[in-house]
Design a protein around this ligand. Structure first.
Ligand SMILES: Cc1cc2nc3c(=O)[nH]c(=O)nc-3n(C[C@H](O)[C@H](O)[C@H](O)COP(=O)(O)OP(=O)(O)OC[C@H]3O[C@@H](n4cnc5c(N)ncnc54)[C@H](O)[C@@H]3O)c2cc1C
Length: 274
């Protein structure tokens, strides 16, 4: 019998990986999650705490999925503190996905923080199609760089390359991920830009891409409660990020007044990005 993705299922954490002192990957057996497309998310229930949206991380174990959590507020801190043997609840995977054209020969992926999670899943799919891929990993400082070793391994043998940028210059190129983008688009021709991470970063990437007539696909985050298009908490202009996204293309992004400008808090109140 097919499993209903809307019915919460339990999963037992089978492995954990500390990525940095505040970022941790939790691996669990989940057939539905293991088949998620890049850009999709799971609603993760942390018993007695709350349910939060999390992108689906790549897992090398057959039939397993993973999430990579950055310790932040109540929910993410509780999830970060979970260990092997603990149970979480799962719904989904939900949302649309990044799309890849078989006409592409070279693409650029730009991620910051846990925004790299869906991009790694995408990079795996892209390299399987023999499309070359450059991945920019943006971080504030050396200690916050995640997934570099993993990305370098699967983008070796001519499949692509990895560029690391740090705001403080403590590692890789000094500057933001968008500075890394400006440098690499001056050296190579790309067919498409894929991005996920802080919205201010994505807005900058969108603007640079527009000047260069480069198509963009961006995975957006908004405060999300139901994940299935009912509560409306994740609205951005007339779109719902959980139902219509999380991935939006250049055409949609150019029509979003709130993109990179405003977001809503838990009460639905509109706040401006600083
Ligand atoms: C589609 C999607 C995928 C995500 N994937 C990941 C992931 O892979 N790894 C990861 O660590 N985080 C991810 N997040 C963000 C994560 O869901 C939020 O950080 C989390 O819900 C915050 O819960 P909290 O209890 O820790 O924080 P809270 O105590 O609830 O809030 C702390 C602060 O975070 C803000 N916040 C709360 N929820 C969100 C949200 N959904 N988006 C942005 N800010 C929020 C609040 O406004 C507040 O300022 C994702 C969010 C979305 C929408």
């Amino acid at each position: 019998m097919p499993i209903d993705i809307d019915l919460m299922r339990l999963a037992r954490i089978s492995e954990t990986v500390m990525e940095t002192s505040s970022v941790k990957t939790l691996v669990f057996k989940d057939r539905l999650g293991s088949k998620a497309s890049a850009g999709q998310f799971l609603m993760v229930w942390i018993p007695r705490i709350e349910e939060i949206p999390m992108s689906v991380m790549v897992s090398r174990r057959e039939g397993h999925a993973a999430v990579t959590v950055k310790k932040h507020g109540k929910g993410t801190t509780a999830l970060f503190e979970m260990d092997v043997g603990d149970f979480i609840g799962l719904r989904g995977p939900y949302g649309n996905r990044f799309t890849i054209s078989t006409e592409f020969t070279n693409v650029l992926l730009i991620g910051g923080g846990t925004g790299l999670v869906p991009l790694l899943r995408l990079a795996v799919n892209i390299t399987r199609l023999n499309i070359r891929c450059t991945l920019i990993i943006g971080a504030r400082t050396k200690d916050e760089v995640i997934f570099e070793e993993y990305a370098r391994k699967f983008l070796s043998d001519g499949k692509g390359k990895v560029i690391v940028t740090t705001d403080d210059g403590s590692y890789g190129l000094k500057g933001t991920a968008s500075d890394g983008m400006v440098k690499t688009i001056g050296e190579e021709r790309y067919d498409c830009v894929y991005t996920c991470g802080p919205e201010i970063m994505m807005k900058k990437i969108f603007e640079i891409s527009k000047e260069q007539s480069l198509p963009v696909q961006a995975s957006l985050e908004r405060y999300m409660k139901c994940g299935i298009g009912i509560c409306g908490s994740c609205c951005i202009d007339r779109w719902l990020v959980c139902r219509d996204g999380t991935v939006f293309d250049s055409n949609q992004l150019s029509r979003m007044k709130e993109f990179g400008m405003a977001f809503r808090d838990k009460d639905g109140q509109k706040l401006q990005y600083k």
